[in-house]
Design a binder for this molecule. Structure first.
Ligand code: C2E
Ligand code: CA
Ligand code: CA
Length: 567
């Protein structure tokens, strides 16, 4: 008989392997199905806490320790391997240890057969992969879920919609993307702080989830944008019903940190595969429809249609052309006189911006100002207007023309700039004009959203003589109590009230505004006066400063100068 001799190096190597395997917490196991013997190294006991000697097959081991939900697939993995359907054994499943801990375990193995093709031995390794599994889960949560609202995010949405699209097309069904965007969230975030903004998003997402969970899945795209993905719907009416439900749900005040907040949303809907077979297009289309809802005065829903795509193209063109507009000298200012109808002379005028672009021709400020605001270009434009107007005031004053002040329109984004107050003071200083020659027109919405610091800035400007007026008064907020705290001294009655001045109710509102202004010592200007009758009614009510086509449309500098010469 030949005695095999092992040299000491070989034994050392074996010891090293054994130690390495033990330290790595990897169990080595072997199973002889014919003899019903199952053996494993101590590491398997360390992982499972079970006495491995008590098992006589890998099957009985798995049946004992695998959790209910994973048991069948774990048994299948082993069967497939034994039946030769796969050439290696690999199976991962969850187990409950004898000490009642939940763990993930991974089995890998191979087999040796005899000359007759019968299985002699199955052997392999097993390891505890709980940590790896948990960090993978955390990774998935990090990558596919939003940390603020815990909702699935844009990436997961794009994966889901692609799958659902295929299914929808295959089954010949229709689905929808409902794009939900909170109105004015950005300014709330800016005024009340980001932590509070996050709270709003959390509360809002919970509400929205309750509202839509029976119909589809909710995702947070980012910022204040949410998506409801509807796999299948029966009729357009049903979709409308869901959207109206969302709008109604938002009508109730949000209770956040004992603050009651009223929020509205704008909604856009695209339908698949009707509108497109492409997930990104569908998202863009729903976004366009949402944008249309905003343009239509917010708090409403819009279905995507092709025309919206065209208006989007125009919007992008305007956005790009605006960037170069100052440099290319495309802006100018026209002035609309404000008439003191009692004395029949020009009291002041409002400066209105005009834009003449080589590609687009004349574009109305009502169209390009909102785009300039969204992109931030409004700050440069606002500075340009301020400088230009102050230069004109200086020139006209040097020529001794008689007028009280010139009004300029100021966008909310300008008022929120940190150096807004100093900018106004400095530009007046540079042009050596009194601040009282300047009036700034701000909308109600802007005023209501200013923080204490900005309000203090405006009060300081008023103290230095500037006029601050509320533009489009009466169209924004219903509560008048805010008038007592905001820094203004002029109200501009909105054109819509003047248009309907024949109507008794409208007249009553105007009368009310005039009485209020008398007690608060505000100057009042009526906007958009087009007819003699309107002027007469206004004068009878005691409102004598008026602006509108009846006296004059906005005019260029030269024409204005002619008017001032005779003033
Ligand atoms: P707004 O401040 O309410 O300006 C009044 C608008 O009504 C002007 O339109 C004016 O031309 C028009 N208007 C005046 N009287 C009458 C009238 O009797 N009948 C009719 N139908 N319309 C009249 P415009 O110039 O197109 O300006 C539209 C809006 O664009 C302005 O509304 C203002 O919000 C904004 N805007 C204009 N210039 C500037 C600017 O320099 N900066 C900012 N931020 N916004 C501006
Ligand atoms: Ca105005
Ligand atoms: Ca106005």
């Amino acid at each position: 008989m030949k005695v095999q001799k092992y040299n000491s190096d070989y034994i050392e190597t074996l010891k090293m392997y054994k130690q390495a395997i033990e330290e790595a917490n990897i169990a080595v196991w072997q199973w002889n199905p014919k003899k019903n013997v199952f053996f494993a190294s101590t590491a398997l006991k360390a992982i499972t806490q079970y006495d491995i000697n008590s098992f006589n097959s890998l099957f009985s081991f798995i049946k004992k320790i695998a959790i209910h939900e994973d048991r069948e697939s774990a048994i299948n993995d082993l069967n497939f391997f034994m039946e030769g359907k796969v050439s290696f054994y690999r199976s991962e499943f969850r187990i409950v240890t004898k000490a009642n801990e939940l763990k993930w375990i991974l089995f890998k193995g191979n087999m040796i057969k005899n000359e007759n093709g019968e299985v002699n031995s199955i052997f392999g390794v097993a390891s505890d992969i709980t940590e790896e599994k948990n960090s993978k889960k955390a990774f998935v949560e990090n990558v596919y879920y939003d940390s603020v609202t815990k909702l699935p995010n844009r990436d997961l949405f794009l994966i889901d919609i692609k799958n659902i699209l295929q299914k929808t097309i295959y089954l010949n069904q229709e689905g929808a993307i409902i794009f939900v965007d909170l109105d004015n969230f950005k300014s709330i975030n800016d005024t009340l702080g980001h932590d509070f903004g996050d709270l709003i998003l959390k509360v809002f997402s919970q509400l929205l989830n309750i509202c839509v969970k029976d119909y589809g899945n909710l995702y947070r795209l980012g910022g204040d944008e949410f998506i409801v993905l509807i796999e299948k719907f029966d009729s357009i009416e049903k979709l409308e019903e869901i959207c109206n439900m969302i709008l109604d749900y938002c009508k109730k005040p949000f209770e956040i940190n004992e603050k009651q907040l009223y929020m509205t949303t704008s909604i856009g809907i695209s339908i698949f595969p009707r509108d497109s077979y492409d997930a990104n297009d569908l998202l863009k289309f729903a976004d366009l429809a949402m944008y249309e809802s905003k343009a239509r005065g917010k708090n409403t829903c819009t279905f995507f249609e092709q025309a919206l795509s065209e208006s989007y193209t125009r919007r992008i063109l305007i956005e790009n052309e605006l960037k170069e507009a100052i440099k290319n000298n495309e802006f100018s200012i026209v002035y609309q006189p404000q008439i003191d109808a009692l004395e029949n002379r020009i009291f002041g005028f409002e400066a209105l911006l005009r834009w003449n672009n080589k590609k687009l021709g004349f574009v109305s400020p009502a169209e390009f100002i909102p785009i300039a605001e969204r992109t931030g270009i409004i700050l440069d434009i606002g500075n340009w207007v301020l400088n230009k107007v102050c230069k004109k005031i200086r020139e006209f004053k040097a020529k001794k023309y008689r007028f009280n002040n010139v009004a300029i329109n100021v966008s909310p984004i300008q008022t929120k700039e940190t150096n807004f107050k100093d900018k106004i003071i400095n530009v007046c200083k540079e042009n050596e004009i009194a601040l009282s020659l300047l009036e700034i027109e701000i909308t109600e919405r802007t005023l209501i959203e200013l923080n204490d610091e900005k309000i203090a800035d405006l009060y300081e400007l008023i103290k230095k003589g500037i006029n601050i007026s509320i533009d489009d008064f009466g169209t924004g907020y219903s509560s008048l109590s805010y008038l007592t705290v905001i820094p203004i001294n002029t109200l501009k009655i909105d054109k819509s009230f003047i248009d309907n001045i024949e109507d008794e109710k409208n007249r009553a509102v105007i009368e009310c505004i005039l009485n209020l202004s008398k007690s608060l010592k505000y100057k009042v200007i009526a906007e958009g006066v087009e007819l003699k009758d309107q002027l007469e009614i206004l004068m009878n009510l005691g409102c004598n400063i008026v602006q509108g086509y009846y006296f004059s449309k906005p005019v260029g500098e030269d024409e204005l100068e002619e008017m001032l010469k005779n003033n």
